[in-house]
Design a protein. Sequence first.
Length: 69
Amino acid sequence: MIDARGLSCPMPVVMVQKAVQSDAPATLEVLLDNPCSVENVTRFATNSGYKVEVHPADEDEYRLVLTKQ
């Protein structure tokens, strides 16, 4: 799980990119609190071959579930 709450772009994307490149996980959860980061991580993950599910967690918090396709 990657907790990128409190971080602004591009850091959440960089964190996900490092995890994908080093481990190539089948699934990965990402916690975010910035709608712009949700869009950017979703775009990166989709382009990297992952299906992305966005689940609002709390007010202004999101849990993304990335699943390798």
